[in-house]
Design a protein around this ligand. Structure first.
Ligand code: PEP
Ligand code: MG
Length: 540
């Protein structure tokens, strides 16, 4: 019998990478359609309430094990379950004699069609996910889990919901192909964060993707190869082995402590803009989180969401860190990060305008809400709070006083809260030069802004990019000055600007006395390697 010929199909890349294995078709992820015999309106209402409670419990269980971004997505789903806007019409329809299952299905269908939900992070895909889960609970259809996957399987499905994605053991599966979906979906975001290669919308029918078929998933070129020839298989296996080798090499650096060639220990923290990037990181590989840019945590909001959601997300970061410190920076908008309704319009020279802490002090209602959420989260672990773009000691002291006020108000109201350590970003020349006047619990040097202000060269202006050198002696002198002050007081000085993740800058930065760097998760391995190769000598 002749061997089936290799066939190639184009597909869109939702998460890059390569995989070679046998196709494993996931059983239908759609909702149960088996109609249940309708009871009286009272019985139907009770059945709906039980199904909603059951779904919420399942989602909470998944969220407990999930990393911060996935947990936030699931929390959005749980929040939808108590939205009266959604549940009210369902109850009315039940009162009118409709069975609970079809009333619920139709109400969610309408919310999806109208893109209407009070939880801004819940998208249409999350509502569909939720609908299927509640209907399974309601109709008694067992939620069919993905089951034990054969090692090295390539998962194939019509579509994948977030909760189903989280149920798959991605240590066994090596990639996935979805017939539907979008690179902007929550599932695509989680796949990228975990390094799971994902192709979507291949130019092929599900019927042709027979379980067990040998396949190559090329989410670098955007193609799916069915029944690859021996030569194609060899070529991809070699490339996959190469990628694995690179990954293993990175892993080795990740698992080593950050110590310079001459024995100086350096703390390495993470910068977190998108908590999804923590999905693939082991907290044991870092010293905690050195900078959370809170303005990027809620991309679907103009600024910050309500106190409750902020609190949940901040607490989830502490849960991820498992006892390591998490430094969260209060809202830093304005300048190159305008926010509708919050930052001034048509500001002349906004980079030098009402931004960072200045804006927070000008909008105390927003700032106080964030401080409350932070103080409540601080009751769950070592949260540190810092404020951006500080120029004068008075600004810093004022911010600290507002925090103290909010903590005591929370305590009076019997709401669990803790006064967190309170530090500052050092990113204006005035703050660096005058550092002795700032009574902060810790200091974090923001070289992105500091360099642009010291060298009078905009950080986003390619025409002056050459001037933007974090190793300029004027910049290094200011960094050394802040470090000396931190040493004298026994307070930590870290550096969280982009310079910290540039291997070529690390030796010079360490020679200024900096002993803590905060870098994006993707740079962690490379930074640890650069530290291990650096010699700081008896510089400080
Ligand atoms: C910095 O200025 O170096 C910094 C870390 O803050 P941002 O880049 O968010 O301004
Ligand atoms: Mg800055």
């Amino acid at each position: 019998m002749s061997r089936p010929l290799e066939r190639r199909f184009t597909a869109d890349i939702a998460s890059p990478g390569l995989a070679h294995g046998a196709l494993h078709v996931l059983a239908g992820t759609g909702c149960c359609t088996a109609a249940r015999v309708a009871g009286t309106p009272d019985e139907e209402r009770e059945a709906l309430e039980q199904a909603i409670a059951g779904a919420a419990e399942q989602l909470s269980e998944l969220a407990r094990k999930a990393r911060p971004r996935a947990a936030d997505i699931l929390a959005g789903q749980i929040a939808v379950l108590s939205e009266s806007e959604l549940i009210g019409p369902v109850l009315e329809a039940i009162e009118g004699g409709e069975p609970a299952w079809s009333a619920f299905r139709d109400a969610v269908g309408l919310a999806i069609a109208e893109r209407r939900t009070a939880s801004p992070q819940a998208r249409a895909e999350d509502l569909a996910d939720l609908r299927d889960r509640v209907l399974r609970c309601l109709l008694g259809g067992e939620a069919e889990g993905p089951g034990e996957l054969p090692a090295g399987a390539i998962v194939v499905a019509e579509a994948l919901t977030v909760s189903r994605f989280l149920e798959v053991d991605w240590r066994r599966a090596c990639g996935a192909v979805l017939l539907a979906g979008s690179p902007a979906s929550h599932v695509a975001l989680l796949a990228r964060a975990r390094g799971v290669p994902l192709l979507i919308r291949p130019d092929i029918d599900l019927a042709e993707l027979e379980p067990g078929r040998d396949a190559v998933l090329d989410a670098e070129a955007g193609c799916l190869v069915l029944m690859p020839s021996p030569a194609t298989s060899r070529d991809y296996d070699r490339r996959i082995a190469q990628r694995r080798h690179e990954r293993d090499r990175k892993e080795r650096w990740l698992s080593r402590p950050a110590v310079t060639a001459d024995g100086m220990t350096v703390r390495v923290y993470l910068n977190v803009d998108d908590p999804a990037l923590l999905e693939g990181i082991d907290p044991a590989h870092c010293d905690g989180i050195g900078l959370v840019r809170s303005e990027f945590l809620f991309p679907e909001e103009d600024g910050l969401p309500d106190e409750e959601r902020q609190y949940r997300v901040y607490r989830a970061l502490l849960t991820w860190a498992g006892g390591l410190p998490v430094t969260l920076r209060t809202l830093d908008v304005g300048g190159d990060k305008p926010v509708a309704g919050l930052t001034p319009k048509d500001e002349a020279n906004p980079v030098l305008g009402l931004r960072g802490l200045r804006l927070s002090l000008a909008r105390p209602e927003v700032f106080r809400g964030q401080l409350r959420a932070l103080a409540r989260a601080a009751a769950h672990g070592p949260l540190k709070v810092m404020v951006p773009l500080v120029t004068l000691p008075g600004e810093f002291d004022h911010a600290r006083a507002l925090l103290a006020e909010e903590v005591s108000a929370l305590e009076k109201a019997g709401i669990g809260a803790v006064l967190p350590e309170f530090g500052m970003m050092v990113e204006t020349p005035a703050a660096a030069l005058n550092i002795a006047e700032f009574d902060a619990d810790f200091y974090s040097i923001g070289t992105n802004d500091l360099v642009q202000f010291v060298l009078a060269a905009g950080r986003d202006n390619p025409a002056v990019a050459e001037l933007l050198d974090p190793l300029n002696p004027a910049v290094l002198e200011l960094i050394a000055r802040v470090c000396a002050r931190g040493r004298a007081l026994g307070r930590e000085v870290s550096l969280c600007g982009e310079a910290a993740s540039r291997p070529e800058c690390i030796p010079a930065l360490l020679k200024t006395g900096v002993r803590a760097l905060s870098v994006p998760p993707v740079a962690l391995a490379e930074v640890k390697e650069a530290i291990a190769l650096a010699e700081v000598g008896a510089s400080v």
